[in-house]
Ligand binder design. Sequence first.
Ligand code: ACO
Length: 329
Amino acid sequence: MTNKSQNIRSVIIGYGGYLPERIVTNEELTTMVDTSHDWIVERTGIHQRHFAADDQVTSDLAVNAAKIALENAGIKAEDLDLIIVGTATPDKTFPSTATRVQEKIGNTTGFAFDVAAVCAGFLVAVSVADQFIQSGQVKNALVIGAEMPSRIIDMNDRRTCVLFGDGAGAWILQGQKSERTPEERGVIDTKIYSDGRFCDILHTDGGPSSTGKVGQIQMEGREVFRHAVEKLADAAENILKKNGLTSADIDWFIPHQANSRIIEAVAKRLAFPQEKIIQTVYKHANTSAASIPLAFYEAVTEGRVKKGDLILHEAIGGGLVWGSALVRF
Ligand code: ACO
């Protein structure tokens, strides 16, 4: 392995997204649990979410997103040196979902593993892939966020079951020669934080070594909300400052899509105008690790986000784990 190179940057050469067919509206949820469309919209901004079919597993969603990313990157599965899947809802306890994706797309030359950082999983996976690329060990990395929260929500718990949806998004990062100036394309910087003292405010009440079962999502909503706004705004401000930028330099703010009130509170602290914020939470709900690459995929496909645009990403999830990334597309 070579030393960390100063002249390589991880450039997004492919991007993809996939949402399962079934749309579950707020109205439909009112037939299952004591809630209302108005309550959900007012507190979260969510109108609908997608739920996977019974015969789908997380790696299926991931593969659908990955195939789109490979196609628009113009590379083949065997060109990949690294596959990372950020997920909290793996197909199985082991092997990793990433190795299943590797099998399904037909890659035998790279190495694959999962990242467990829940809603921050994609950001952490991008940061890890970027380190491998900068070290010179990896040229092409497939980075996926893929989740099926629908499998681990308690449909009797109205405080959590209305918040989540299933989906997957993917990027292909390629190491390219670069002077590493802010004007050049690629991942400019990432910064990840965690604080295990908050493990219990957002967790599942089960797991392989504790109950032998998967468990279901448990959450102290108000606490999570408070930490999310504070920590995301701090993380965003820190990465901007470190790179000599202000929010005025950023073309697009593409945050983790948990809740429109969290997104808007952070955007307000950073003085981002509405027209610079990409929001998909109203139609995807919180797809955990999938939310950033899905929002990115939609924004690029719709022609809003263009090559050369400077993007600020941030995410927070169970752990708590959180962070930010600066990327020029
Ligand atoms: N429908 C109707 N009423 C509800 C629902 C619902 N779906 N859920 C809760 N309520 C009720 C509660 O029972 C409570 O009633 P009570 O006053 O009679 O006891 C009332 O609404 C207020 O409940 P709170 O939990 O205090 O409501 P709050 O305003 O905090 O909103 C919410 C709850 C939306 C979960 C909010 O706390 C939040 O967004 N937290 C962040 C959570 C989050 O985004 N988690 C995702 C994972 S982490 C991440 O991705 C960042």
